[in-house]
Design a protein around this ligand. Structure first.
Ligand code: NCD
Length: 312
């Protein structure tokens, strides 16, 4: 039995390099089925429980499950569930655990997915918990780097934006720490500087890093530029958002100084930090990155349901 079988997916720290590479190899094989159908999970039901808005994560999980021949149940927004009548999160998870074979959870509270995993007997997959973790996003981000650049080792990565609240950044950095990256530049306006926790992750992993407020000073060194929006919903004060919105932005001008091979990634949604004109440049990979969400999640579900040996 593979180490992936029946596993909860809560945080990137739980996965080692070898396991991630196993996932990438399978995702690569899944690419050819991302627009057709495999009959691998016909007996399985996936529950998707989204307590917070989502476009890509929820729909790519659903697409992945349907492409594998499985079925999906779930909800998006707790107002559509009995939570609106006062039911607890724990009881909601208990019910999904009875109906389905695995549960994907997104929640605005940190630790919600871990708590769900303690309640449920079936595997729980964290699709984002507050400002903490978003492991499956990091898996597809790393896959995009591996697929587009042919390696995750020996690269210099710039992460630009809300380094304080973006869970995608934390999970990406935890994921990158499994590989031998050359250096990580942390780039943000002062108000969105990384918290100590994030720096501790880098320190513990022994990764070289540097903080800067100016993308233009480091752009020429980067192999990957990973951009995130300001996590408006996590800022304690709406006035603060008005103050810092628009405080960073990728421009055509700054990209002129980049390596030809630089790839620009973004988990999406974007707001104003990544203007549409960047889409036309040779560097833009964020839509392809979003598309890779389907084969990566197909691979993930196949591994968790222990059916990788059945893939033709
Ligand atoms: C991210 C998230 O939800 O954390 N989106 C996603 O899953 N693709 C990033 C974000 O919302 O900014």
């Amino acid at each position: 039995m593979s180490k992936w079988a029946s596993r909860d997916v809560i945080s990137m720290i739980d996965f080692d390099r070898e396991e991630l590479e196993e996932l990438f190899e399978l995702a690569l094989r899944m690419e050819k089925y991302a627009h057709s159908r495999l009959s691998l999970l016909e007996d399985k039901i996936l529950a998707v429980a989204f307590f917070e808005p989502s476009t890509r994560t929820r729909l790519s999980f659903e697409t992945a499950m349907l492409r594998l021949g499985g079925k999906v149940i779930g909800f998006s927004g707790e107002e559509a569930t009995s939570i609106a009548k006062g039911e607890s999160f724990a009881d909601t998870i208990r019910m999904l655990d009875v109906y389905a074979d695995a549960i994907v959870v997104r929640h605005y509270l940190e630790g919600a997915a871990k708590y769900a995993a303690e309640i449920a007997d079936n595997p729980v997959i964290n699709a984002g918990d507050g400002s903490q973790n978003h492991p499956t996003q990091a898996m597809l981000d790393l896959y995009t780097i591996w697929r587009e650049l042919g390696r995750v080792d020996d690269i210099t990565v710039g992460v630009l934006g809300d380094l304080k609240y973006a869970r995608t950044i934390r999970s990406l950095i935890e994921g990158l720490s499994k590989f031998r990256v050359r250096k990580i530049y942390l780039i943000s306006p002062p108000a969105l500087k990384p918290r100590k926790e994030l720096l501790d992750i880098l320190e513990r992993a022994g990764i070289r890093y540097e903080y800067t407020e100016r993308l233009q000073d480091v752009i020429q060194d980067l192999d990957v530029l990973y951009v995130v929006r300001i996590q408006r919903e996590r800022l304690p004060d709406p006035v603060e958002y008005e103050r810092i919105r628009g405080s960073y932005r990728v421009t055509i001008d700054v990209l002129r100084r980049a390596k030809d091979s630089l790839i620009v990634l973004h988990p999406l949604p974007r707001v104003d930090e990544l203007p549409y004109e960047i889409d036309q440049t040779k560097h833009a990979r964020y839509f392809r990155q979003a598309a890779y969400g389907v084969p990566v999640r197909m691979a993930l579900l196949t591994l968790i349901f222990d059916r990788a040996d059945k893939v033709p």
